[in-house]
Design a protein around this ligand. Structure first.
Ligand SMILES: Nc1nc2c(ncn2[C@@H]2O[C@H](COP(=O)(O)OP(=O)(O)OP(=O)(O)O)[C@@H](O)[C@H]2O)c(=O)[nH]1
Ligand SMILES: [Mg+2]
Length: 447
């Protein structure tokens, strides 16, 4: 693998700004070692070993005692020479060290530029680079799990395998094109048809993972709904484990929708508390109800609250007419009644039934979207889904041309090349020689 070196050396503070124990300044590029050497008296002798060093500015004034670690390219994050300097935290020290490196010739990195160089140097593919962003942006355990799997190359391997499947198809076709005189040669139409159908199927099953990916990213929308004063905000707070929404004994307390993120088993959820549904002349309350109605329309799960079994069931019927969501009737204030109920009974006061409700929510989401398997690859970004969909459409076009015999095979094969390209776009791999290599290796035509 040849390393593409950026012609300049970039640097940035890699940790979040503010008060903290340490900050890490990263520098990458052909002059990284030379630049850092100007500011470090005892240059670290052993690569990849953190060495305590004194960092100085141009005037020789001490800036900090810091741990310096060197990574010679290509065995580094970016593939270039990299140095990481772990200074004391806060704002001043890391900024002074950064300024010293810049004054010695480094350039302040653009956002994502370290990862960009890592991709250009083949250390990561595009999916993995996206996974780094997703890992950092993770808002739930589920998202973190998906991102770690993608970073490990799970989705990339699946994509590469699919691409190979299509390339194998191209190989079959190429044989047909090269040796048309062998009428019923080793490659029958049936064989091509079966291989195409199998590839379409593989792409379709991968596409089916996209909704789960979107759900992990966005969180399933779970809306707490019901008449005023039934205890929706109290339930919302009890599920979150903190007082987020205002609770009073006055009906009509909640006016706006309040959102919070939490996890129900394996799914991340966006839990929303809404204004109580009723006919009212209060303009602000009406607007709140309007907002609640919109949330109900796009909900995955609705908790239909009522302070009796009967009321919860009635609420469930009403919200079912307003939404296609899974509806769970929830009897609130269960501590005030003794009668066992057939619906989920919860108490915000005693905490009774809250855990069970979360289990029911998880089951409702899974029954709508399938079990979440974060350890197997899923399409997690719109860009990935778009490329895979494009690849499948091209294969379907090829399949149709093959079935109708409307086009010469050599022309129909253009769709296969487009499918391969679309899959290569997912991981950022462009490899046009691949099919030729494979053709000669597999068929040994001795040509
Ligand atoms: N005993 C008991 N009282 C509850 C429970 N949940 C809520 N309450 C009381 O019921 C009243 C209304 O609670 P809220 O949580 O504000 O009800 P809400 O449905 O959000 O009301 P609006 O926002 O006005 O629609 C308050 O006085 C709460 O203390 C519960 O589980 N047990
Ligand atoms: Mg409320």
């Amino acid at each position: 693998m040849s390393t593409i070196l950026g012609d300049d050396t970039i640097t940035a503070i890699a940790t979040v700004e503010g008060r903290g124990a340490i900050a890490v300044i990263r520098i990458s590029g052909p002059s990284a070692f030379a630049i850092v050497k100007r500011h470090v008296r005892q240059w670290p002798v052993t690569e990849r070993h953190a060495t305590l060093c004194t960092i100085r500015d141009h005037a020789g004034d001490v800036l900090d005692e810091a741990l310096v670690t060197t990574f010679a390219g290509p065995a580094s994050f970016t593939g270039e020479d990299v140095v990481e300097i772990a200074t004391h935290g806060g704002t001043i020290v890391p900024t002074l060290v950064l300024a010293a490196l810049i004054s010695s010739g480094a350039r302040l990195a653009e956002p994502g530029e370290f990862t960009r160089r890592a991709v250009l140097n083949g250390k990561y593919d595009l999916v993995q680079a996206e996974a780094i962003g997703d890992l950092i942006d993770s808002k739930s355990r589920a998202m973190q799990r998906v991102a770690v799997t993608q970073l490990d190359g799970g989705l990339s391997r699946r994509i590469n395998k699919l691409r190979e499947e299509v390339i194998n198809l191209e190989v079959l076709i190429a044989y047909d094109i090269d040796f048309p005189e062998e009428d019923d040669g080793p490659v029958s139409r049936e064989r091509v048809g079966a291989a195409t159908a199998a590839a379409v199927q593989s792409l379709t099953s991968l596409l089916e993972t996209a909704p789960a990916g979107e759900l992990v990213r966005e969180g399933a929308l779970v809306v707490v709904a019901g008449a005023p004063n039934v205890g929706k905000s109290s339930l919302f707070n009890a599920m979150l484990g903190r007082s987020r929404a205002i609770v009073t004994e006055i009906p009509g307390t909640t006016r706006d929708a309040i959102e919070a993120v939490l996890e129900a088993g394996s799914w991340p959820i966006r839990l929303v508390d809404t204004a109580g549904l009723r006919d009212t002349s209060d303009v602000v309350e009406q607007m709140g109800i309007e907002v609640a109605t919109q949330y109900l329309g796009s909900a995955d799960v609705i908790l239909a609250c009522g302070d009796t079994v009967q009321a919860a069931a009635e609420t469930a019927v009403i919200v079912s007419t307003m939404s296609g969501a899974a509806v769970i009737p929830v009897q609130t204030k269960a501590d005030l009644t003794e009668a066992p109920s057939s619906v989920s009974a919860v108490s915000a006061v005693t905490g009774e039934g809250i855990r069970e409700l979360l289990v029911s929510i998880e089951a409702a989401i899974s029954s709508r979207h399938g079990e979440l398997t974060t350890d197997s690859p899923i399409l997690f970004r719109e860009r990935q889904r778009y490329c895979v969909e494009l690849a499948r459409d091209e294969l379907l076009a090829f399949q149709a041309a093959l079935a109708s015999e409307s086009l010469p095979v050599s022309v129909a094969a253009v769709h296969l090349r487009s499918a391969v390209d679309a899959l290569a776009d997912v991981t950022g791999t462009i490899d046009v020689e691949h099919v030729l290599d494979r053709l000669f290796r597999t068929f040994c035509v001795g040509k």
